[in-house]
Design a protein. Sequence first.
Length: 191
Amino acid sequence: MKKEKLSKLVDHLEEILKILTDSKIKDSWIRKTYAEYLIAFKLASQGHEVQICNERDVRNADIYLPDIRKRVEVKSGLYEEDEYGIYVGASFGKGTQITKEKFDYCAFVTFDQNQVREIFLFKKEEMKEVGIPRPKIAGFPKTNPCLLLFYKKLESYQKFIKDLPECKLRVEYDLNKHPSRYENRWSIIGN
């Protein structure tokens, strides 16, 4: 899909999210769709050929970049609060996307009140341990035990992991300690 068309779609989806927020409606499907088109637009703006939805030559990730033969999976989440603080999670279900290597890169788009807050980018190698189920932290341990969590404050994450040390992941700890290492890391795409 061409960059100009993606730009229009992103603008319209952003407006829809604003209308939903003003109406106090949380629509995770629209948010997820917006995140996918936003990442596709950003990749097209970087000069990549971008395929999404039914135009993808390779369909096991949300976005396919035929110019470099790479797949990008897009995850999104809305900040919420638990006993430790304000956090957002990326869901990987039972982890098969990771264990079966169905993507080369992962973009994690976080939302605050349906506004994009951060875009974190990961190589598939960095995500391997996220594919290990952690049922103790999952709201749905049988169907969704593979999660990547990010807290707004490092202290909140440290309290969380202190209570559940067996659930500590290197990449998750590093993300929480050094979010700038992962935010808007577009240069990893293709490398």
